[in-house]
Design a protein around this ligand. Structure first.
Ligand SMILES: [Ca+2]
Length: 219
């Protein structure tokens, strides 16, 4: 009777060890999956060290007279590794042009590789570093999927200050962190992103200035 009892006890112990091992394996596996998802490597869109972006896409300004923009990579300042950043000079007018609204201006970066759209579904935010020549410069960020690309427009973020620690552009580098769900587009097919100097970014709808941008990434 006694030996039978201790046999049952030993079996129970074995079972306990087995189920503990099972839960340990499940826990470790879940932890690894969780860690992997949390720390998916960022994909850099542009460091501005080359003439195309890091996805091989074209970058340029868009403008409708009388508003104008000029975008150049510069070694005057940069953030992080490398020696260069993007400088965008903008002059947004509020009179003249189509409907007398002063036209528009901004900068875009193509994220499509040939005809293949950029799949951003494994990321949760768009990040980049920004500073102004004088401080108080302003813009919104636009992002386009296949649909918006065909329309020739993009879905806009809120004004950039919302995504900065100091709540506005200053002369110091700050990281903008924009949650991707702000854009409400098909993140499986991202065509381009843009820096847009919209009327409502400025008092009376007009503004001029220079902003520096570096290290654009999906994280
Ligand atoms: Ca750089």
């Amino acid at each position: 009777m006694k030996t039978q009892k201790s046999k049952v006890k030993r079996q129970n112990q074995k079972l306990k060890v087995k189920s503990f091992n099972f839960y340990l394996v499940v826990f470790t596996f879940s932890f690894l999956v969780f860690t992997f998802n949390c720390y998916a490597e960022p994909v850099y869109v542009d460091h501005f060290e080359k003439t195309t972006n890091l996805l091989g896409g074209r970058t340029s300004v868009y403008e409708q007279a009388p508003s104008r923009a000029l975008a150049l990579t510069t070694d005057k300042d940069h953030y992080g590794a490398g020696t260069r950043s993007l400088a965008i000079r903008y002059d947004k007018k509020n009179t003249g042009g189509p409907n007398g609204m002063g036209g528009w201006c901004g900068y875009y970066s193509i994220l499509k590789t040939g005809s293949k759209y950029f799949d951003a579904t494994s990321f949760t935010k768009l990040t980049f570093w920004v500073r102004g020549e004088k401080g108080d410069e302003n813009f919104v960020v636009g992002m386009a999927d296949r649909h918006w690309e065909q329309v020739g427009d993009s879905v806009k973020s809120e004004q950039i200050g919302v995504y900065l620690k100091d709540k506005k552009i200053t002369t110091q580098w700050q990281q903008a962190v924009i949650p991707l769900d702000v854009f409400f587009i098909d993140m499986k097919e991202v065509a381009s992103l843009a820096i847009c100097f919209e009327s409502d970014c400025f008092p009376e709808g007009k503004g001029t200035g220079t902003v520096y941008i570096d290290e654009i990434a999906f994280e």
